[in-house]
Write a protein that binds this ligand. Structure first.
Ligand code: SF4
Ligand code: SF4
Length: 312
């Protein structure tokens, strides 16, 4: 059996290695059943707020109990990676994409980093069985990140790190050994309601409850088929995702930009005018977004969004 000081040393070493690999933060939570989150998820699903995202209904038990994903799971190591860009698109006269999609597909970048971290932990810190996750399996990432004390879940339903804001990707390494754990932190939203007021489609029904059927991110990324006319002129020039409820959050005012080359937008993307978006050919789409998360909506999906937002 490992002594408490050994556990602390292992956890500290894991955090040091995570920092060396470039992760913005690393916190660790003990595995247990997420009873409250399970209840909230059930209510959200039964109210139909997941819209056509039927996959959210699958693997309910795995979502709330990591022991169903990794046999004997004991620890969830949560990793944050800042993607707040040094330079931003302007939606004043241009069509814009969500900041998370500026550069290379984050799934690939983070998975490679997580795999390296797991290898180092195995080789140098503690032998274990486990799996890495980044938005790729049924893991309640924000809930685990909050449990681990990496931040709190804000009224806009994003994880907010007090040091790094909410423009952070979340990855996890779930392993079958115990470690020293971090404690959850306080919710610092207080009386602020900026995100709720700023949402152009009133998708934040109450703190932390987002109705996908009203959310621009849902309509521009997840939805197949035409976008309802009721949302015409409400997307604030967003053609892939939406950052509005994060842009207005005071916790993002002073965050430092990332320094990850993979997440930098191409000069072509930054230079695109409304006219260039409207004339976008399939060949240009394939060239520009070959390595981007934007390719998920395919050329046809992005064309639909551009047409809907640019109104032609
Ligand atoms: S992402 Fe956009 S549409 Fe969705 S809740 Fe936030 S501000 Fe509203
Ligand atoms: S805008 Fe205000 S209420 Fe919304 S998440 Fe940020 S701090 Fe919380």
């Amino acid at each position: 059996m490992q002594m408490k000081t050994d556990l602390q040393k292992s956890s500290e070493k894991i955090k040091q290695e995570a920092a060396k690999l470039g992760f913005t933060d690393c916190k660790i939570a003990p595995v247990h059943y997420l009873a409250n989150d399970a209840k909230q998820l059930k209510q959200w699903l039964s109210a139909g707020m997941h819209a056509s995202m039927r996959y959210m209904e699958n693997h309910f038990e795995k979502r709330t109990d990591p022991g169903k994903l990794v046999a004997g799971a004991k620890s969830v190591i949560v990793l944050l990676l800042n993607y707040f860009p040094p330079e931003k698109q302007s939606n004043k006269d241009k069509l814009v994409v969500s900041k998370y999609a500026y550069g290379r597909d984050y799934h690939k970048v983070i998975k490679a980093m997580l795999n390296k971290l797991q290898q180092t932990i195995r080789n140098e810190i503690v032998s274990h069985e486990g799996r890495v996750f980044v938005d790729s399996a049924p893991v309640l990432e924000r809930a685990w990140a909050a449990r681990a004390g990496a931040g709190w879940v804000g009224k806009n339903a994003n994880l907010i790190s007090p040091e790094h804001g909410s423009f952070v990707f979340i990855g996890e390494l779930i392993i079958d050994v115990g470690l020293a754990y971090d404690k959850p932190i306080k919710d610092f939203c207080g009386s602020c309601t900026k995100c709720i007021e700023a949402c152009p489609t009133n998708a934040i029904l109450s703190p932390k409850i987002i109705d996908s059927r009203r959310c621009i991110s849902y309509w521009t990324i997840e939805h197949k088929g035409p976008i309802p006319e009721t949302f015409r002129k409400k997307f604030n020039n967003g053609i892939f995702g939406c950052d509005i409820c994060q842009d207005v959050c005071p916790w993002n005012n002073k965050v430092k930009p990332h320094n990850i080359d993979d997440f930098l937008p191409s000069p072509d993307l930054m230079a695109m005018t409304k006219k260039v978006w409207q004339d976008l050919s399939e060949d240009t789409f394939n060239r520009l977004f070959k390595k981007s998360a934007i390719k998920r909506v395919k050329y046809s999906g992005l064309r639909r969004n551009i047409r809907f937002v640019a109104g032609y």
